[in-house]
Design a protein around this ligand. Structure first.
Ligand SMILES: Cc1ncc(COP(=O)(O)O)c(C=O)c1O
Length: 382
């Protein structure tokens, strides 16, 4: 068995699904694109997605000629709801994307039922939620297709990487057909990915985190290293060259190692997430209601702050690995969202949250330094 096959075997064993339900890609967004294409989504179709997501999600829809239709989120769980989605269904709707946000899910069963009632496909965006559970089942098992990401900072990391799980047997052969059209990653991409993973493991430390993160973001925008996004993906809506790329042995090699530690990592994240939640609750700050926390995987812990720039500067000084994700409804693009068909005024909750959100790391061994930092800067937290 080659290493990619072994990786698929381990992934399927973890999720308790059949091995042939899994496909591997260079990035999660390619998995999403493949799922949508396999559902036959094309020009004139509408796909419903949250108005609080990563820009690569509407990109995948637009690259196929279809239109993303946005739905606002709820403040208490950062996800959409069945009722909000229902209002956006038209005769053009073909699919609903149900997003797991920072590990949180909401009304997945209800949304899947709604989709079935209207004859629509569902895709779970589990890029933040591998290994977490919702209503007793691993995230991703309830929709027609689900995709996961193993990009930096995801539940487990292979630098970049995407996984597609197909639960609807009728889509399987079309997915296999579309997989055949993917290009292989170049030797240069594989080598730089390999080096970056080693660099991150051995060189990245708390004190160098912010400097190296900024450098990495710049180099990847210039196309000099394997990056999370290419420049074209965040400046426009044209599919870039080198988008439809399959996975490689590099992802399989590191993915296999990471999967072995997955249960242990999940319990650390959960423990830390619950500590943060207690602190927030005790201090009368924004916190996640217990009803969402059963088996929640806490990829990150969301906090809301008065002034994000001020708080980030304080975090950099204190060498806290604060995350600045979702600073816009279509992260990381801040302005001119109309080319992605999003008008900010229509999504007040997503806009408000994106103005105030930061996230705390959940995969640290000891949260004491972070709690000390939060205590010191309590007045800045909402
Ligand atoms: C919500 C969401 N969906 C999709 C993606 C795309 O995943 P990938 O970077 O593996 O393509 C991301 C990326 O971080 C994301 O945050």
């Amino acid at each position: 068995m080659n290493i990619c096959d072994k990786y698929k075997t381990e992934l399927s064993a973890f999720l308790n699904v059949k091995k042939d339900a899994i496909s591997l890609y260079w990035k999660g967004r390619v998995a999403l694109y493949t799922a949508l294409k396999s559902m036959g989504i094309s020009k004139g179709d509408e796909v419903i997605i949250p108005a609080f997501t990563c820009v690569v999600v509407p990109n995948a829809i637009i690259y196929l000629g279809a239109t993303p239709i946005y739905v606002d989120i709820e403040e208490q769980n950062l996800c959409t709801t069945k009722n909000l989605i229902e209002k956006k269904i038209t005769h053009k709707t073909k699919c609903i994307v149900i997003q797991n946000m920072l590990g949180l899910s909401n009304e997945v069963d209800e949304i899947v039922l709604l989709a079935k009632k209207h004859g629509l496909y569902t895709i779970e965006d589990c890029t933040h939620g591998f290994g977490g559970k919702y209503n007793g089942l691993y995230n991703g098992l309830k929709s027609d297709c689900s995709f996961y990401s193993s990009q930096w900072n995801k539940p487990f990391s292979t630098g970049v990487g995407g996984i597609l799980l197909v639960n609807n047997q009728n889509l399987k052969s079309q997915i296999e057909l579309n997989n055949k059209n993917l290009s292989k990653p170049s030797n240069k991409s594989k080598l730089t990915l390999h080096l970056l993973i080693l660099f991150r493991k051995y060189i990245l430390k708390d004190w160098s985190y912010w400097f190296l993160l900024k450098l990495y973001r710049k180099l990847s925008m210039l196309g000099l290293v394997v990056g999370s996004s290419q420049k074209e993906e965040i400046t426009g809506i044209t599919i870039p060259n080198n988008y439809l790329i399959s996975s490689s042995y590099v992802q399989a090699k590191f993915g296999l190692k990471e999967l072995k530690q997955m249960h242990n990592k999940l319990s650390i994240r959960r423990e830390n997430g619950l500590i943060y939640n207690e602190w927030m609750k005790k201090n009368n700050k924004y916190f996640i209601d217990e009803k969402y926390l059963d088996n929640h995987s806490f990829l990150k812990y969301p906090i809301l702050v008065k002034d994000r720039d001020v708080f980030l500067t304080l975090a950099v000084k204190a060498k806290i690995q604060m995350g600045d994700w979702f600073i816009s409804p279509l992260h990381p693009v801040k302005d001119n969202l109309s080319q992605w068909h999003l008008e900010k005024k229509n999504y007040p909750c997503a806009v408000k949250i994106s103005q105030h959100i930061l996230n705390l790391p959940s995969d640290v061994k000891n949260v004491n330094a972070i709690l000390k930092f939060l205590n010191k800067n309590k007045a800045q937290i909402l």
